[in-house]
Design a protein around this ligand. Structure first.
Ligand code: NDP
Length: 280
């Protein structure tokens, strides 16, 4: 890669950031497209996030992806925000305009829908109820995306019921406690795990997946491990599955378009690169 005076710079900010897969994806796309651009990781001290972002206003960088723990702060400091970001109450994308203003977006939900389109092509979010497990930022993004995609029956299931209710109420969705999961699964066309349960080293949720219809698609946002206990359970029941890596790549596509002004090239297999980085 050669850096010129005209190189377009974007990146990802978070803490910790060294584990981020985003630089691998974006730089592979830039190289494959032969573009004069670079994508760099920024590790920012908690308490320094707003000062860092403000210093970049006016087009110093074209954009930033934002990851933990700054997604809420990113939304708060932006001058404008998309419906998706406002509904998710978090931003994973900041676009820097020449006039010094910043637009916040949230492409996590879009990434989730792209993952369904890729790995469960027959899935239609308008065809019936969808269940989202968890009530954090990932769940909010997913709920907003399903509502935007025309799903009329979104069901949020969470350990802490009040947090599920907080998300459900403004969206016209329904909230369930974890011990009511079987009720929420009844008739569902999809179940999405947006809890951090099942992450490498943490115990998986014990869920009555058999209460879903045989045609239900089961997705897990967690991608370490790639085949989570939930996805293994779903496969055992013969359900179609969608993994979290497809979502990670799916959310990166609209970010790349916002930062570099073109669609990422299909000539490079970024999933293979990501699997290699995960040691798979
Ligand atoms: P948050 O920390 O904001 O929320 C975590 C949620 O998980 C909470 O609702 C919490 O419940 C629930 N939870 C955690 N542990 C348990 C447990 N043992 N039993 C039951 N519920 C539990 O996380 P995010 O929403 O930001 O992310 C959720 C997951 O999705 C993470 O693993 C993250 O890495 C992944 N993710 C993946 C993306 C991708 O591109 N693939 C994008 C975004 C997220 P409670 O409210 O009761 O505390």
């Amino acid at each position: 890669m050669s850096i010129s005076g005209a190189t377009r710079v974007a990146g990802v900010v978070g803490r910790p950031i060294s584990h981020s897969m985003s630089p691998i994806l974006h730089n592979a796309w830039l190289a494959a497209a032969g573009m004069d651009g670079v994508y760099v990781p920024f590790s920012v001290q908690p308490g320094r996030f707003t000062a860092f972002v403000d210093s970049l206003r006016g087009g110093t960088v074209s954009g930033l992806n934002v990851t933990l723990p700054f997604k809420g702060e990113a939304l708060a400091l932006a001058d404008e925000a998309t419906f998706r970001a406002r509904t998710a109450d978090a931003a994973n994308v900041l676009v820097f305009r020449e006039d010094g203003t910043i637009l916040a977006d949230n492409t996590d939900g879009l990434g989730m829908l792209r993952a369904f389109a890729e790995q469960a092509p027959g899935f239609d979010p308008k065809a019936g109820p969808v269940v989202i497990l968890g009530a954090g930022g990932g769940s909010r993004g997913a709920a907003a995306a399903f509502v935007e995609a025309g799903c009329r029956d979104v069901r949020i299931v969470n350990r802490t019921l009040t947090k599920a209710q907080d998300i459900a109420e403004p969206l016209g969705a329904a909230a369930f406690a974890l011990n009511e999961a079987a009720k929420a699964f009844d008739g569902a066309v999809a179940v999405v795990n947006a809890t951090s349960a099942g992450l490498s080293g943490s115990p998986a949720l014990d869920l009555p997946l058999e209460a879903t219809p045989p045609s239900a698609v089961i997705m897990d946002m967690v991608y370490k491990p790639l085949k989570t206990p939930l996805l293994a359970q779903a496969e055992g029941l013969g359900r179609q599955t969608v993994d979290g890596l497809a979502m990670l790549i799916g959310q990166a596509v609209p970010s790349f378009e916002a930062f570099y002004g073109q669609t990422p090239p299909e000539s490079v297999d970024v999933r293979a690169l990501a699997l290699k980085a995960l040691g798979l």
